[in-house]
Ligand binder design. Structure first.
Ligand code: ADP
Length: 406
């Protein structure tokens, strides 16, 4: 089944996790029209039970199949082959794949904007794998798998860290010996593609205030906040890794580093065990003992589930206050991502506990998910804006490779 009647050049957007490869197909803009998504899908369960699904622009399922377990050392290669074969099968002759863009977690200090990938860039990205050992390697495997299959296809890397390179030096520094910060142990910040998308849409909602002091709360399984001024990142809650800051689905967020020392010295945990604990067994899951999924916790009446939500909200309120302090004030707050876009209850609790900042919630607007959820005349306006990281990548590819100004 083809995607639509008017197909031309298309861009493939890829987001690789340790056990999944998500993809989206964007049609190139004609004139100044924005890029539009024709299809999307994923291969999940890589290495174990690979499962391919694909959907068209309206969200109708086009494909749903279990793939054979190939047992190769690089399951992303199989996944990439599946995606490319599917693209080929769904072509109707009027469009062609002209470039691909990848979400890459870490651009380190080297990359402050998307970059076209060549051999040298790939080697530089390899050196950053040690800064994000769980997240960087899958993206690099996907890039190499695509290179192997389509060596001539231009590929672009888009970084979750890049948006935060505008933070002032003091916001990026840890109070560690200078030799360590010179080595790259500093606050990078993440979720940058989401923040970039929101920052671009701010004028549409906030008008002139878009360039004011705005905190964006990206609350999903991974959660962080970013304080912006002039639509640029000035401070963010995640630091050297995506563990810092808010309580997340399974990650602990802000933690005294003394706890890590205690776990190693007194409890005898290995580095791998500490990593597993902090990344996968903490956060909402660890505190509730029930689930990392906020919806499940909201539906549960156990004390532990309620405590997990209370801690999530408490940490968000504290970090919001901290970012307002870093910005020297607050004009607007934006909620985005799964929890931010969909949970009126969590938004309400964060806003009510942040009244001192000048937030006057409009409960009815909040229940209807906005876009503006504060009362008329509220000194700080609060908004619900859906994020779209994929479209940031597609736009970047069009700009970097194809010179599009759309
Ligand atoms: P990821 O970081 O994996 O992209 P998402 O942005 O999809 O995560 O957010 C997932 C979180 O959003 C989960 O905790 C989920 O419970 C929560 N969520 C999604 N929809 C709702 C909803 N309608 N009400 C409350 N929470 C929701």
């Amino acid at each position: 089944m083809p995607w639509g009647p008017d197909m031309h050049d298309v861009i493939l957007v890829l987001d690789s996790g340790s056990s999944s490869l998500k993809f989206a197909v964007y049609e190139m803009a004609v004139g100044s029209a924005p890029l539009s998504r024709l299809a999307h899908g994923q291969v999940e369960g890589l290495g174990a039970h690979p499962h391919f699904t694909a959907f068209n622009a309206e969200g109708h399922r086009l494909d749903d199949s279990l793939l054979p377990v190939d047992g190769s050392a690089n399951p992303h290669e199989q996944a990439m082959g599946t995606v490319l074969a599917w693209l080929q099968a769904h072509r109707d002759g009027t469009h062609r794949l002209v470039a691909a863009g990848h979400r890459v977690v870490h651009g380190g200090m080297l990359f402050a904007s998307p970059v076209r990938i060549d051999g040298e860039v790939l080697l530089q990205l390899d050196t950053l794998s040690s800064l994000a050992p769980l997240h960087q390697p899958p993206a690099l495997r996907a890039i190499r798998a695509l290179q192997a299959k389509l060596p001539e296809l231009p590929q672009v890397a888009c970084f979750d860290t890049a948006f935060h390179r505008t933070q002032p030096e003091v916001a990026q520094a840890y109070a560690l010996p200078r030799s360590l910060s010179d080595e790259g142990i500093r606050r990078y910040g993440f979720h940058g593609l989401s923040y970039q998308y929101i920052s671009q849409t701010l004028p549409q909602f906030l008008g002139e205030k878009a360039s004011g002091k705005v905190v964006v709360a990206h609350l999903g399984n991974g959660a962080s906040m970013c304080g912006m001024q002039g639509q640029r990142s000035m401070a963010t809650t995640m630091g050297f890794t995506a563990l810092d800051g808010l309580v997340m689905g399974t990650r602990c967020g802000n933690l005294d580093p003394g706890v890590v020392l205690h776990l190693i010295d007194q409890k005898g945990l290995s580095p791998a065990q500490v990593s597993e604990l902090l990344y996968k067994q903490s956060g909402l899951l660890g505190v509730s003992g029930l689930s990392s999924d906020l919806r499940e916790l909201l539906g549960s009446d156990t004390g532990a589930a309620q405590e997990a939500i209370e801690l999530f909200v408490y940490r968000a309120v504290r970090e919001l206050g901290s970012l307002a302090a870093a910005l020297g004030g607050l004009d607007a707050l934006v909620f985005t991502a799964g929890i931010g876009e969909h949970s009126a209850e969590v938004r309400q609790r964060i806003c009510e506990q942040s009244r001192w900042l000048g937030i006057e919630l409009d409960p009815q607007a909040n229940a209807q998910h906005g876009p503006c959820i504060t009362a008329a005349g509220s000194p700080v306006s609060v908004w619900v804006i859906p994020t779209n990281e994929e479209s940031v990548i597609a736009d970047a590819v069009a700009r970097v490779v194809l010179g599009s100004v759309a």
